[in-house]
Write a protein that binds this ligand. Structure first.
Ligand code: U2F
Length: 455
């Protein structure tokens, strides 16, 4: 019908693992809310969809569409639990499952054809699907901006340093890439010049970098001013380089976050800026010995703490730790992280420095103590320590009992902590200003929205 033909239909395609769908989701909601007469579909595996908030009444034009996860259904053995295995199965069923999903989205919308595909930038093959339909592809970068720039310069980096580990050059600064002046070769995500360059993440990132120039626009979970040199350089390469973050500020949830472990009422009973919140993200956990050191360090520091630690990893805590520290802090399988970080009693964030955590720490104005583990996390820590001034790390990277005590003392009670906290507060103000009316992220979002709704 004429109505169906003229109605914009934006299909979001998530990378359906770890924190990625949850990072992308606020953008889909913000688009649906800003364009109530448009159709918005959110494509992910059933498993990923079930981890998202159930359909809110505030965006009735937003619909979930399940895509196949590639797990064989006829196999006698149970589905794999290992995330890398699941990622490989999923990727091997693209782009067919995505094309089916796009068709299903149109059908579910009463025949309104998809007119724009916006995907997690990792999902580079979405560009082929978009090309086949002759609709624009608008990737959204959910991970770190410095690492994004590094991925875009992969060929240059490999020319200079090879792919065998850059032996002898690990300390060299990446000063030849605008905005990466503080980064060393050794801080690069694995799979660029070192590590397995055939791993799924390395290949995804490489293909992403090759496809990005074909995009109608690129949206990023950052805000102008955080990495000015990267912004300037990428904006001159890509005419539609649009920092629109913090993503979660663009569409704040209308419901109160679930707090099954009672973190927020517990925080209410603490002293201002006295608590350290500890989390290493949704994928990896530090090795058991190091968890033991951290636990002993937390106990010895006396600092009140909330430690989000996956239930499966809690068995590695030292014997008696939970009983010994029951009056001091809490270990929980999950915490409402954003709300915890924004709570006035939280004075520091011990983090793996995943990008979402980094952005959430910035948004909450909390100084960070970093224990990077893999991927973009080393670069994120370098940015905090040497560029933004809102974070620091451990000497020698890994956590020891004494290292934890020293670092927490300095973060929560020392002069260094005060300096970091002052910078963290400035960054928070900048993040809030960016998404406020007239702010750069809000303006960039409006541009992105216009591009998405063109029919
Ligand atoms: C990968 O990061 P992760 O998913 O491991 O970590 P984050 O990017 O920091 O995202 C974790 C999210 O989970 C939330 C938290 C973040 O939004 O608020 N969360 C929570 O709400 N409650 C909890 O108890 C624990 C976590 C990768 F490892 C990183 O290197 C990348 O930067 C990142 C983005 O691509 O993906």
């Amino acid at each position: 019908s004429a109505a169906a033909a003229s109605t914009p239909h934006v299909a979001f395609i998530a990378f359906p693992f770890a924190s990625h769908p949850l990072t992308l989701f606020p953008i889909a909601r913000a688009v649906a809310a800003a364009a109530p007469s448009a159709v918005v579909s959110f494509l992910a595996t059933q498993r990923a969809l079930s981890s998202l908030p159930s359909g809110g009444g505030d965006t009735p034009n937003l619909r979930y569409v399940a895509v196949a996860d590639g797990i064989p259904t006829d196999a006698a053995s149970p589905p794999p639990k290992d995330i890398l295995h699941l990622i490989k199965l999923f990727l091997s069923s693209t782009p067919g499952n995505l094309k089916q999903g796009i068709a299903a989205a149109a059908e579910a919308a009463g025949g309104v054809p998809v007119s724009c595909i916006s995907s997690d930038a990792f999902m580079w093959m979405s560009s082929d699907v978009a090309e086949e339909l002759a609709v624009p592809w608008i990737p959204l970068r959910t991970g770190s901006t410095p690492a994004f720039s590094a991925h875009l310069h992969t060929d240059l980096l490999r020319q200079k340093f090879g792919v065998e580990g850059a032996g002898g050059c690990e300390e060299e600064l990446l000063a030849f890439i605008p905005g990466l002046e503080v980064q060393r070769v050794r801080d690069l995500p694995e799979g660029i010049v070192a590590g397995d360059i055939d791993s799924p993440f390395s290949v995804l990132s490489y293909r992403m970098a090759q496809k990005i120039p074909e995009a109608a626009a690129v949206g990023l979970n950052t805000f102008e001013g955080l990495n000015p040199a990267i912004d300037a350089s990428l904006a001159s390469t890509f005419p539609r380089y649009l920092p629109i973050g913090p993503f979660h500020f663009l569409f704040p949830p209308s419901t109160v976050a679930a707090d099954p472990n009672g973190c927020l009422p517990w925080l209410d009973r603490q002293a201002p800026a006295s608590v350290v919140y500890v989390s290493f993200g949704s994928i990896f956990t530090p090795p058991p010995e190091e968890l033991g050191e951290l636990a002993e360090g937390l106990a010895a520091s006396g600092a009140p703490f909330i430690w989000s630690l996956k239930e499966a990893a809690q068995q590695f805590l030292p014997a008696g730790f939970l009983a010994r520290t029951a009056g001091q802090g809490m270990v929980v399988g999950w915490a409402p992280q954003r709300e915890v970080l924004s709570h006035a009693m939280v004075g520091g964030f011990l983090t793996h420095s995943g990008w979402n955590s980094a952005i959430e720490g910035i948004s909450a104005g909390v100084p960070m103590l970093c224990r990077p583990i893999f991927a973009d996390q080393f670069m994120n820590q370098r940015s905090m320590a040497l560029e933004w001034g809102n974070g620091t790390g451990f000497e020698g990277l890994a956590m020891s009992k004494e290292g934890v005590v020293r670092a927490l003392d300095s973060l929560l009670k020392g002069e260094e902590g005060e300096k970091l906290r002052a910078r963290a507060k400035e960054l928070k103000e900048a993040a809030i200003a960016a998404v406020a009316p007239g702010g750069s992220s809000r303006d960039n979002f409006d541009t992105l929205l216009r591009l998405m709704l063109i029919k």
